[in-house]
Design a protein around this ligand. Structure first.
Ligand SMILES: NC(=O)CC[C@H](N)C(=O)O
Length: 480
């Protein structure tokens, strides 16, 4: 019987060869288990771990997962009526908690440095009839990349990712800590804040940094630097430029890797934008991006000699597209309720949709000059929880619109927090409404996908709105 991958022709010749190589490593007894990891709608990895012999067959047969995973919000609740007729989804085949199939992309295989004799492979999701799973997000980025490819262009991105790491104070979980979501762990600071980039702070956490450096490099991720960020217990890692799907695959893996490495060492790493700790600074995910010519590989954003503009005309049009669609794209770049507390002035985070030449107060920081082969745009709109496939796709769809419409980004906003401009959405709800009304992003992502995504996010918002916050209690309880 032919396998799932063969029957539906889901692998390229290169992927077949890579799968054979993994099978060979399993046969040679190199690994005991293989983790089949699939990035869900939140960009969180889920999947199953198979023992070596079972994993060998599942490489090309795939692994069945439950379609209810597609229905989950960030509390892991199913927010579609999956057991009703049709399952509440706009598309067929997802009712009743039936199976879908995740099939490895063999090019992503590696062994996990922190987990002995453990293999890991990123998977793509398909329906049982071989169709791509309609709500999977990796194919959305693939589609965006293909649109660029049709113009002879490739997407290049480097990642600047901020996050917090705390010491875990709690050894055991109490029974009462269970919940959906459960009680967050009790933690203490690793470092105090406001010692941005000091060597003393770095040395204090050198042990953690060395753990991260060793394992992230062993995973083959393009780690460039490790840095002390502004806030208490806040750090930043920078990853050098890679092309196509790789930066997004890197992001899902690095987030999961950092959390795993930390939890194995009595630490808690979080990519939540603005944890509730005194003197907190928000964590951003700044995306350095450029396009290159598929033929020749030269940077398509680098301006010609003598250019007054910091980018080529193509780059300036792309920039204008990013600016024009920023408020809708925010729903993908900053997908949590918490992320909207970050857009505030004078914080090195953006608060409005503007661009400027090398200015960290602007949303779009442009770094380019004739002769600079690293000419690029740094979009500072994102927070580190974003699903990278959606965040990157939102950039490409926006930028492509700028290119096809030969859009003009206007002048550089050199006083970013004073320049009159459209304010970034003040809430996730406002961002979702803007996304729904953005015809270019809806066309790129697909109307069914946008409706699906907004339904999940609205469920989170609805639960949030039912909670009485500590702020309200403090404000009104004694006063009235
Ligand atoms: N050093 C920095 O650039 C800080 C960035 C800031 N934390 C943000 O939210 O984007």
């Amino acid at each position: 019987m032919s396998t799932f991958a063969e029957r539906f022709g889901l692998w390229s010749a290169e992927q077949k060869a890579q799968a054979a190589e993994i099978a060979g490593r399993i046969d040679a007894g190199e690994i005991d288990v293989l983790r089949f990891a699939w990035p869900d709608q939140h960009g969180v990895l889920r999947g199953k771990t198979l023992v070596a012999e079972a994993a060998r067959g599942a490489l090309s047969r795939g692994v069945n997962l439950t379609t209810t995973l597609l229905a989950k919000d960030t509390s892991h609740r199913s927010v579609f009526p999956v057991f009703s007729a049709g399952g509440g989804f706009a598309l067929e085949g997802l009712q009743g908690g039936a199976d879908f199939v995740v099939l490895p992309d063999p090019s992503t295989f590696r062994t996990l440095p922190w987990a002995p004799r453990t293999g890991w492979v990123l998977c793509d999701a398909y329906m049982k009839d071989g169709r791509p799973c309609p709500f999977a997000t990796r194919p959305i980025l693939q589609r965006a990349l293909a649109r660029l490819g049709a113009r002879g262009l490739e997407f290049v991105a480097g990642l600047e990712v901020e996050f917090h790491v705390f010491r875990l104070d709690q050894e055991a979980l109490a029974l009462g800590d269970a919940g959906q979501p459960g009680t967050p762990p009790a933690v203490s600071l690793l470092t105090q804040g406001h010692q941005y980039l000091t060597e003393l702070r770095y040395d204090r956490v050198d042990g953690l940094m060395e753990l991260l450096r060793h394992d992230l490099l062993a995973l083959g991720l393009p780690l460039h630097s490790l840095e002390i960020e502004f806030g208490p217990s806040q750090f930043e890692l920078v990853f050098g430029p890679t092309a196509g799907l790789v930066p997004a695959d890197t992001m899902v893996l690095l987030r999961s890797a950092i959390k795993q490495i930390c939890q194995r060492n009595g630490l808690h790493a979080t990519f939540m934008c603005r944890p509730r700790i005194p003197s907190v600074m928000s964590s951003g995910w700044h995306l350095h991006q450029s396009l290159r010519h598929a033929e020749g590989g030269d940077n398509a954003f680098m301006p010609e000699a003598g250019s007054a503009a910091p980018l080529s005309p193509l780059g300036m049009h792309y920039l204008a597209g990013l600016k024009a669609h920023a408020c809708g794209a925010a729903a993908l770049a900053s997908p949590t309720i918490n992320g909207y507390r970050r857009y505030r002035p004078f914080s090195l985070a953006p608060d409005r949709a503007i661009w400027a030449q090398d200015n960290r107060g602007a949303m779009l920081r442009v770094l380019g000059a004739p002769g600079d082969s690293a000419s690029r745009i740094e979009n500072r709109i994102g927070e580190p929880t974003a699903n990278p496939y959606l965040y990157l796709a939102s950039q490409i769809f926006s930028g492509l619109h700028g290119i096809t419409g030969a859009m003009d980004p206007g002048a550089s906003a050199d006083v970013p927090y004073e320049t009159p401009a459209e304010h970034l959405p003040r809430s996730l709800e406002a961002a979702l409404a803007t996304l729904q009304a953005d015809a270019v992003l809806v066309d790129g992502l697909g109307r069914d996908f946008v409706d699906y995504y907004c339904h999940i996010k609205q469920a989170e918002i609805a639960r949030f709105q039912l909670e009485v916050t500590e702020w309200e209690h403090r404000e009104y309880f004694d006063m009235f």
